[in-house]
Design a binder for this molecule. Structure first.
Ligand code: 6R9
Length: 575
């Protein structure tokens, strides 16, 4: 085959790239040929070392006490091997699910790659999840092993009885002070024997890699299943949308419990051989600016919630720090308000570039490409390898006229598209119409081809950039002894975009009061997570329902948002 001469596209104009882009460009850059083996763990560590970057820093990690750890690509290569060997010695087989349930410690990042190197399926879960959230997802995936820290161990122990599948609980920070229990085993990564040579699992393009749980409107959370070839998308979008270059110091603020933290907090930057920083500490504007200044961060990937929180603190605190290292800012997770873009230009001298994608898409699909004219408030245009449109809400046909709101739809076929929902082929199939994958979001496209986000097409709540399903919260609420019925909706919030609001009907003879309200809030926080906890509770006598008995969340939501209630012909009776 003749060698194709691919042009360099970094820094090129969007329209120009659109004309010649193909996914083969990414494969070509990665040296990947059809039918080759491809293992994300290998591509992110061994391959980078082979390129002569063994001594380059892969990870600069800072903990909440200000402690710093640094690892080169060679350290990472060896330590991910050590983890892979450790899992093999436990008897974990390729294809088994191994969960990562930790704060943003180095073991989380290297554990992810180690699991992939031995052929396991990595299942990252947010460490703030409570026992119930954890149980649902481990049960569904029939997870064999879990990496965790001492502080999260009680939440795992709580549900162990119900989880026969879970054979190994690997504690990464055990100091021997308290004896471990049944099925628990200690693993100290930094002290582990470094493994220089490991026979990496011969995964192919379609071998399952990552299982990311995401919330839906009804039913249990769904596990979006990804495969190793996803790297082709994550690599090239990290390079051309996040604009990562050899000498960059990159910071992705997302937790790998969510897809941004894996696609662009692990795979994207490291497959490009880029140094990245991780801050495992709570948010304050001061802390964040200090972090950027100290590590001379150049490219920053964050979220509107965080940006709005920074805006609240004002520009005075920005001026106290030298943030001149920053050169490219990007955002994901929720609509990025025009004000936030304008503010960031004022505060940092750089606009945030909005990017749109989902757990299911695995990589950025719509974005403000570097160099593209930014229209503040718009998500930008489809990435060159992505065919996108908006379709009519009823016919699912592309809307030709510009400016009309429809559902965002994508032509399947890009490498990082999810392959199914774990155990749920039915719901997976339901996401496609007329050959289009439906994102579940509404938008319009303007005359210049820019996409403008309108809202979600379902009842899923987007709080601080994290999706929470009303069903999971309602189910937890029903377990509270005082509650007869509940409906959960998103309520507008200036910083988090939405917060969870619960409408609750109590059991007969139970009177609402402040104590009960707090008790209910805590009940959900412990069971699920702080994100899922209702920030507001409204006690009602009964909930609006359809004649067939379905709760009409739409009606409650419209009230919260001051919107038209819409068609209520199926409402049981007048409210
Ligand atoms: C990566 C990620 C996906 C949902 C998505 C949409 C919302 C993401 C957005 C955005 C407006 C943006 N969303 N990016 N809404 N503008 N730039 O967030 O994945 O957790 O699966 O959420 O988030 O509603 O459908 P995930």
């Amino acid at each position: 085959m003749a060698e194709i001469n691919y042009p360099e596209i970094q820094g090129k104009h969007y329209e120009e790239v659109l004309n010649f882009f193909s996914w083969d460009l990414s494969k070509h850059e990665l040296g990947f040929k059809e039918d080759d083996l491809i293992n994300i763990g290998e591509y992110c560590s061994d391959r980078i070392c082979r390129m002569g970057k063994s001594d380059k820093l892969a990870l600069i990690w800072e903990g909440h006490k200000g402690e710093i750890k640094k690892y080169t690509f060679n350290d990472m290569r060896q330590l991910t091997n050590s983890i892979a060997v450790f899992l093999q010695n436990l008897g974990i087989q390729p294809g088994e699910r191994v969960c990562l349930f930790m704060d943003k410690v180095p073991e989380l990042y290297f554990g992810f790659l180690g699991i992939l190197k031995m052929g396991g399926i990595a299942q990252p879960l947010f460490s703030a999840f409570g026992s119930e959230s954890l149980l649902t997802r481990l049960e569904d995936a029939q997870t064999s092993a879990i990496f965790t820290q001492k502080k999260h161990l009680p939440k795992v122990r709580n549900i162990l009885e119900k989880l026969n599948c879970l054979k190994h609980i690997i504690v990464v920070d055990d100091d021997g002070s308290k004896p471990l229990k049944e099925r628990e085993i200690a693993f100290n990564m930094d002290a582990s024997a470094r493994v220089d040579n490991f026979e990496i699992y011969p995964s192919k393009a379609e071998t399952p890699s990552v299982l990311h749980y995401t919330s839906g409107t009804t039913g249990r959370p769904k596990g979006a299943q990804h495969v190793h070839i996803s790297l082709v998308s994550q690599y090239i979008t990290a390079k051309y949308v996040l604009d990562l270059k050899e000498d960059d110091i990159y910071w992705c603020t997302a937790d790998p419990g969510w897809v941004t933290g894996t696609s662009y907090g692990i795979i994207g930057p490291w497959s490009n051989g880029i140094t990245q920083c991780v801050l495992d500490a709570g948010f304050t504007a001061e802390n964040w600016y200090k972090f950027i200044e100290k590590h001379k961060i150049t490219v920053w990937y964050s979220a509107p919630t965080a940006i709005r929180a920074l805006m609240k603190e004002g520009t005075e605190v920005v001026k106290k720090h030298n943030l001149s290292s920053l050169r490219h800012l990007t955002s994901v997770g929720e609509p990025l308000n025009a004000e936030a873009v304008l503010w960031s230009k004022e505060a940092f001298g750089l606009p945030f570039h909005d990017t749109f994608w989902q757990t299911e898409t695995g990589s950025i699909v719509i974005s403000n490409y570097p160099g593209m004219k930014i229209k503040p408030g718009s998500m930008g245009k489809p990435f060159p390898g992505i065919t996108a449109t908006v379709v009519d809400l009823k016919t699912y046909l592309p809307i030709e006229r510009r400016g009309i709101v429809g559902m965002i739809a994508l032509k399947p076929g890009w490498p990082s598209m999810f392959r199914t929902y774990w155990n749920n082929e039915e719901i997976y199939k339901g996401k496609f119409r007329n050959g289009w994958y439906l994102c579940g979001d509404r938008a319009s496209i303007d005359e210049d081809g820019y996409y403008w986000f309108v809202g979600r097409d379902d009842d899923v709540i987007n709080t601080a950039g994290h999706l929470v399903g009303p069903f999971e919260i309602e189910s937890a609420l029903l377990e509270h002894p005082a509650i007869a019925e509940s409906a959960v909706v998103g309520k507008p919030d200036p910083v988090n975009m939405e917060v969870v609001k619960a409408f609750i009907a109590l059991k007969p003879n139970i009177k609402p009061d402040k104590m009960l309200e707090l008790d209910i809030m805590n009940f959900v926080r412990k069971k699920l997570s702080a994100l899922a906890m209702p920030q507001e509770i409204e006690f009602v006598d009964k909930l609006p329902k359809t004649r067939s008995g379905k709760i009409m969340r739409r009606v409650l939501r419209a009230k919260e948002w001051g919107e038209e209630i819409g068609d209520i012909s199926t409402l049981e009776e007048d409210m």
